[in-house]
Design a protein around this ligand. Structure first.
Ligand SMILES: [Zn+2]
Length: 581
C-alpha cells in the first residue's frame, strides 16, 4: 500500500506536479490558483480510481511526498480491491514506522476530508426531507442582513426573531448532527440520558476522570518507549520533559492510552463489560453498575478526559428517594456507601498538615501497589495519601476556576468545599464525604490508586442535578468552541459569498443544498480540535461511552403516515404545528 518499486521514474512526480514542463516555462514554478484541490479520488470515465497523473494528482499523493515517497500507493487510487477512505486512514495510522500518525498535517487533513464528506451526505439526505421542501422558499429569502441582525440577537442571548433564520439554523443543525466531531452530534446524547433514566430510574453517580497521558508509563509504552512495566523503576526511562515531548509528538498513543484506560476502568473496576450483543455485570468498586453514559472531552492542551454518569442497580425513583431520605436507616446506609466509595480527607488533617505533606511531582509515573503482596493494605494507604496530596488538592486561579458573580470573585467549583467530621446525607438530599480540609476534591480510593491521576466523584440525589449534568455534558460548544465568534456573524459572511458565487444558478434545490452545506462547513472551520481528539474520531473510538444500544425512532415519517391513514387530520393547524420536524 505504501511504496512499491524503487527506481521508478515517477519518484516524487506527484509531489512535484507543480513543476511540470508546462509550468516551468512560466515565471513561477509554483502557481497558486483560486480553485480548491479536489479531495475526492480521481476517477476515469468508467468510474475506476487512478492516481490522477502528474497534472492532477490524488490530493494526498500530491500533498504528502514524505508519506508516499514513491508517488505510489495512497488512498483511493487504482487498487485491485477497493479500500474505503476511512479504512485506509485507520490502516495508515497503525503503520509500523508511525510516520502517518505522527504527521499532524496528515491526520488533520484526512479528518477534514471525512468530515466534509459526511456533511455532504447528510446535506443530501436533508434536502430530500419533507420538512425541507416546506421550508425551501423561506430559506431562499434569508439575506446576509437578516443574519447580521440575528448575530446581534445572539450577542444579546435572545431567540432569533426572523423565521427564515430560525429555519435555516434548524436545517444546518440537522445536517451537522450526523457528522462526527460536531457539537450538534453530541446533543443526541441528551435523549439517551432521558431514555436511560426512564429505563433505570435516575442516575446515582457523576464521575470525571483525567488520566495522565504525559506521565503514565502505559502511555509511554504505547508510544514506543522501552519501559519494563513488571519491574518498573521510577528513575529509569524518559524524564518528565522527554515524556511530554513523546506524547505531544504521538497523539495516536495518547488517544489509545485514554481509551484503553477508560475501558479497563469500566470493565475491571466497575464490573461492566459491553459485548456486541450482550452485557456482563459483576459487583465492582461502586456496587452493581446498571448502565453508564459518558462524554469524552479535550482540554486546551489536547489531553482527553471523561465525564461519566453512572446508573446503579436498584436505585430508587426520584419520588421513592425523596420518601426514603426521611428514614434514619436509609440515610445511615447512604452515609456508609459514601464513606466506602467517596473520600476527601487525609487522616483528618487540616490545611496545615495536608499541605505539609511533600507534593510529589509526576506521581502518575509509577505503578499501582500490587494487591498480591503481603503488605498491600499498608502500602496502598500510604500511596493513597501521597496521591491525594499530589493530584486532589484544588487550587483556585484566575485562569481556571475564579468567576465574578454579583461583583464578587468566587470559585466556580465552589471551593472551599464544606467540612464534615463524617460522611453525611440530609433529608433534602444534600450530602458530603468526611472532609477536614476544604480544598480536597472527592476521590474513590481504588480509582485513585489505579489511575494515579486527578478525578472527581459525586453522588446524584435529585432530578434537578440530573438535569444540570445532562445539560453540562452535552453542551460542549459553550465550554470550548466559538469562544470569540458569533455563529450568525460567520453565517452572514458565508451567505453573502454564496449569493455572489451562485448568481447564475437557477436550480433552487441545488442552490439551497449548497447553501446548507456551505453554512454547515463554515461552522466546522471554527471548531478547535486536539491531536488525540482527531485520532479518536478517525479510529472510530468515539467521543462517548454508552453502556446500552439505542434505536432511534425517526418521527418525521409518522405525521405523514397518520395523515395518509386519517385524512381528517389534514387540518391547517396540524400542518403548522409540525412544519419543522
Ligand atoms: Zn477554585
Amino acid at each position: 500500500m505504501g511504496a512499491t518499486s524503487v527506481g521508478d521514474h515517477d519518484i516524487f512526480a506527484h509531489a512535484l506536479a507543480n513543476l511540470s514542463e508546462e509550468r516551468k516555462l512560466q515565471s513561477f514554478a509554483v502557481k497558486h490558483s483560486s480553485t480548491f484541490v479536489n479531495e475526492y479520488g480521481r476517477q476515469d470515465d468508467h468510474g475506476n480510481f487512478s492516481d490522477g497523473g502528474i497534472e492532477n494528482p490524488n490530493h494526498l499523493l500530491g500533498a504528502f511526498p514524505v508519506l508516499f515517497p514513491y508517488g505510489k500507493g495512497g488512498l483511493e487510487v487504482d487498487r485491485r480491491r477497493k479500500v474505503p477512505y476511512k479504512s485506509h486512514v485507520r490502516w495508515a495510522l497503525q503503520y509500523g514506522d508511525g510516520r502517518f500518525r505522527k504527521d499532524l498535517s496528515f491526520i488533520f487533513q484526512v479528518f477534514g476530508v471525512i468530515q466534509k464528506r459526511q456533511m455532504c451526505n447528510s446535506a443530501e439526505l436533508q434536502i430530500r426531507r419533507a420538512s425541507f421542501h416546506r421550508n425551501e422558499a423561506l430559506i431562499n429569502t434569508v439575506t446576509p442582513q437578516d443574519l447580521r441582525n440575528a448575530s446581534s440577537e445572539e450577542h444579546r442571548r435572545v431567540p432569533y426573531t426572523n423565521q427564515g433564520v430560525r429555519v435555516l439554523r434548524q436545517h444546518i443543525s440537522a445536517v451537522r448532527s450526523k457528522v462526527m466531531g460536531t457539537d450538534e452530534s453530541r446533543t443526541g446524547i441528551r435523549s439517551k440520558m432521558w431514555g436511560m433514566t426512564v429505563m433505570k430510574n435516575p442516575p446515582s453517580l457523576w464521575i470525571t476522570i483525567n488520566p495522565s497521558d504525559t506521565n503514565d508509563p502505559i502511555a509511554q509504552v504505547m508510544a514506543g518507549s522501552d519501559i519494563d512495566l513488571d519491574k518498573f523503576e521510577k528513575t529509569a526511562g524518559p524524564d518528565g520533559k522527554e515524556r511530554s515531548r513523546i506524547i505531544a509528538a504521538d497523539p495516536f498513543a495518547a488517544a489509545k492510552f485514554f481509551h484503553f484506560t477508560i475501558t479497563a476502568i469500566l470493565e475491571t473496576l466497575f464490573g461492566f463489560t459491553k459485548r456486541k450483543n450482550s452485557i456482563q455485570r459483576r459487583p465492582g468498586i461502586l456496587g452493581q453498575v446498571a448502565g453508564y453514559i459518558g462524554t469524552v472531552e479535550a482540554q486546551g492542551c489536547g489531553t482527553l478526559h471523561l465525564h461519566l454518569v453512572v446508573w446503579l442497580r436498584g436505585a430508587p425513583t426520584s419520588a421513592e428517594m425523596k420518601e426514603a431520605l426521611k428514614s434514619d436507616d436509609f440515610r445511615e446506609k447512604i452515609s456508609l456507601y459514601i464513606d466506602s466509595c467517596i473520600q476527601a480527607d487525609i487522616d483528618g488533617g487540616d490545611a496545615k498538615t495536608v499541605l505539609a505533606i511533600p507534593k510529589e511531582q509526576a506521581i502518575a509515573y509509577s505503578r499501582p501497589p500490587d494487591p498480591r503482596l503481603p503488605n498491600y493494605e499498608e502500602t496502598a494507604r500510604e500511596m493513597e495519601k501521597k496521591l491525594a496530596r499530589a493530584v486532589q488538592v484544588h487550587t483556585c486561579s484566575n485562569e481556571g476556576c475564579i468567576v465574578v458573580k454579583g461583583g464578587h470573585p468566587q470559585c466556580k467549583r465552589r471551593a472551599p468545599f464544606p467540612l464534615a467530621k463524617t460522611a453525611w446525607i440530609g433529608e433534602d438530599g444534600s450530602w458530603g464525604p468526611k472532609r477536614t480540609y476544604g480544598y480536597l476534591n472527592n476521590w474513590n480510593p481504588t480509582l485513585l490508586l489505579s489511575t494515579r491521576s486527578n478525578h472527581d466523584i459525586k453522588l446524584i440525589t435529585n432530578g434537578v442535578e440530573t438535569k444540570a449534568i445532562t445539560w453540562y455534558i452535552t453542551q460542549y460548544a459553550t465550554k470550548k468552541q466559538y469562544r470569540s465568534s458569533n455563529t450568525s456573524a460567520l453565517l452572514a459572511k458565508r451567505v453573502a459569498f454564496h449569493r455572489a458565487q451562485e448568481k447564475y444558478t437557477s436550480d433552487c434545490r441545488l442552490l439551497n443544498k449548497r447553501l446548507i452545506l456551505r453554512c454547515a462547513n463554515t461552522l466546522s472551520r471554527e471548531q478547535e480540535f486536539g491531536g488525540p481528539e482527531v485520532i479518536t474520531y478517525l479510529m472510530g473510538w468515539g467521543d462517548r461511552y454508552i453502556s446500552h444500544y439505542f434505536v432511534a425512532i425517526y418521527f418525521d415519517a409518522i405525521p405523514a403516515t397518520l395523515k395518509r391513514q386519517f385524512p381528517e387530520l389534514r387540518s391547517k393547524r396540524l400542518d403548522h404545528d409540525h412544519s419543522i420536524f
